[in-house]
Design a protein around this ligand. Structure first.
Ligand code: NAP
Length: 339
């Protein structure tokens, strides 16, 4: 085998796993297709990672990369295409070659979800963006739209509000779902106009974006907003197509409490994993746990998860969590498991 553990993804989950795997003397590779540090490097400001009261996403990404590199894992820039079963482990096939390994930690994160409306693909990079910190400065003193109502829309909207003339916050419901502290800050801004109960039906432009058509879901009325950019934050799609393990309906990988997937020796951690929420600090913890579990698996000390390996077993826990998430959107709720 080329490696004891191959970690797919170089964000907080993957790099944390790398630190723990190397400290356990495991022969380790981290394979990342884009930026070591992960998608969080595109965040303007992180304020909820313990020990860092306020740090930019770029500085945070640099810090976690440097920390992981201190332990000399192999850092491979490549896109993973397939994880294939081979005798005694797995073969990780990439666009830069194939590598064999005893264990795999999938920490491949999630990519921004698309609206799927006319004009979105056409004007991507010409006014349509999913990265305010990358593209926001191009729209200084202009009017822009932000679509979505979660943590990403609001935290990136807070950043944009400092640069642009006006933000139209377009959200399909009449209240935000972002963290209350972020909501309070955002609501107090004077240059934000909320466009509630509305969806974008078209992005218009002439070489670059010059407007959006929004439809009010209560009245059916459509109107045009004149904007120079549209920042889309409507959630994420997990990057898990290359690995055949048990997943939920959205493609998030289901694991047990030790981050073990339905296939022995394949673990998952971070934003690609089915869980209640996605937070960098949680991803880092999951990555650490996955590496410890991988070490125990290699040493023969980790018990296989029978229930996950059986595709017909009822997925009681994940169903409960999904139901809880749905209900949470409409207020407080508790989900109790009776057994
Ligand atoms: P999210 O929490 O899933 O929120 C997506 C938002 O987009 C929701 O408000 C949703 O509306 C809306 N939406 C979904 N599909 C839509 C569609 N097709 N058209 C229009 N609107 C649509 O996604 P996120 O904000 O990107 O965050 C992803 C994860 O990262 C979350 O777990 C989040 O907590 C975490 N995160 C944390 C921080 C932090 O600072 N703590 C920062 C960024 C992200 P509904 O509300 O109606 O469902």
């Amino acid at each position: 085998m080329d490696y004891d553990v191959i970690i797919v993804g170089g964000g907080p989950a993957g790099l944390s796993a790398a630190v723990y795997a190397r400290r356990a003397n495991l022969k380790t590779a981290v394979i990342e297709k884009l930026t070591f540090g992960g998608i969080i490097t595109t965040t303007d400001l992180i304020e909820n990672y313990l020990g860092f009261p306020a740090i930019s996403g770029a500085d945070f990404g640099k810090a976690i990369q440097e920390h992981a590199m201190k332990y000399n894992p192999d850092m491979i820039q490549a896109e993973v295409k397939l994880v294939k079963d081979v005798d005694g482990g797995y073969e990780v096939q990439t666009d830069a070659g194939n590598f064999t390994t005893k264990t795999v930690i999938v920490a491949s994160g999630a990519a921004p979800k698309k609206l799927g409306v006319p004009g979105e693909s056409e004007y991507f990079g010409r006014g349509v963006s999913t990265c305010a910190t990358c593209d926001g400065p191009f729209f200084a003193k202009k009017d822009v739209a932000v679509v979505g109502g979660g943590d990403s829309a609001v935290s990136e909207g807070l950043y944009l509000a400092r640069l642009v003339n006006k933000i139209y916050l377009i959200h399909r419901r009449d209240r935000l779902r972002a963290e209350p502290i972020l909501q309070q800050r955002f609501m107090s801004l004077s240059n934000v106009e909320f466009v509630w109960n509305s969806v974008v039906t078209k992005i218009e432009g002439d070489k670059k974006v010059n407007g959006v058509i929004v439809k009010n879901l209560l009245t059916g009325e459509e109107k045009e907003l004149k904007v120079s950019a549209v920042f889309i934050y409507i959630g994420e799609v997990p990057q898990t197509g290359f690995v055949d393990v048990r997943k939920d309906d959205h493609g998030y990988i289901i694991t047990d409490e030790n981050m073990q997937t339905s296939k022995p020796g394949i673990f998952a951690a971070g934003d690609c994993r089915h869980s209640l929420t996605k937070q960098a600090i949680i991803s880092a913890g999951e990555g650490a746990l996955a590496a410890i579990a991988a070490q125990m698996y290699i040493e023969g000390r980790l018990k296989a998860t029978q229930e996950l390996a059986n595709p017909s077993a009822p997925n009681r826990h994940s169903y409960g969590v999904r139901l809880g998430q749905t209900l949470r959107a409409y207020g407080k709720c508790f989900v109790l498991f009776a057994d």
